[in-house]
Design a protein around this ligand. Sequence first.
Ligand code: SIN
Length: 364
Amino acid sequence: MKRMFVLTLALGLSFQSQAQIATATPTKAEMTKIQTKTQPRVIILATGGTIAGAGESATKAAYKAGQVPIDALLNAVPEMHQLAKIEGEQVANIGSQDMNIETWLKLSKRINQIFDNNEADAVVVTHGTDTLEETAYFLSLTIRSNKPVVLVGAMRPSTAMSQDGNRNLLDAVMVASAPQSKNIGTVVVMNELVFAARDVTKTNTTSTATFQSRNFGPLGLIYDGKVNYYYQSTHQPTKKFNVDKLDKLPQVDIVYGYADASPKAIECMIADGAKGLVYAGLGNGNFNAPVGAALEKAAKSGIAVVRSARAGSGRVTLNNEVNDAAMGFAVADDLNPQKARVLLMLSLTGTNDIKVIQDIFFKY
Ligand code: SIN
């Protein structure tokens, strides 16, 4: 039996299957030694959010995000230490409404360093849910390795009755350390679902089922402590953006479309130094005449203008309702405005050519 156990390890089967066999044979000391050797190594980078939030009581809705430090999160979910050898680092402890480019760059550089130095097999990032999708997309575009980077949050603070953070965190560590996640890259795990960083968005202000990929659905489903994947996106960056030497990104602002909108916001953003504008347009990225004229003027003065949509799903199509070629615009395809902003900021670190930018938007 013991020989079989050793052989099983040598074949490199997953820790979960090892653990099942291990209960029948090795001593505790042997097990600890074996686990340390064979468990996947996961580093959890904590940034705050509701998953680290604390409230007055188990039933009141009021709470403050970013209160619980990483050590407390690690102790709150002892089960995850059976899945992986886990270390934690506190990168920030903020509500994600305060997430900023400086912290994105810090996170991205640290994750690239972790994989370059072979410090871990996977990374989990705990994050507030408000801007989680933007951070996830930014990391997916800037992390060079395809090893798992799993972003996770919670809709209920750690002190709430029926809080979702502990379960989500356990699922995130499980996804990060699962053999079938080996080349999954950056994903978001929430509410027993795994989403591509590019596709996921927050769709509801308070529901625990808030995260969805409205166009394409989740990549995988989690059940009974296991993940099953069903599809992979064809949109993968051909080349990741290198942010190693950057301490800021070009300014890109989002202009919101609405009935009877005036071009004033666009003029203010340009005066403030915007190098790019994402237009969260009506329907298929449409605008009224004054807004269209202001956007065209901006594009023709060298500001990169990308049309996206406020609708929440679907694509913005090139040269259909709007003559993008004549007006000098690119379209965001199916990226929502906040994701389009992330991609435009990164694109502008390498080019101002709107045709090249369009190509990036169709591929990444
Ligand atoms: C935040 O984004 O930090 C607050 C909301 C949340 O985490 O759910």
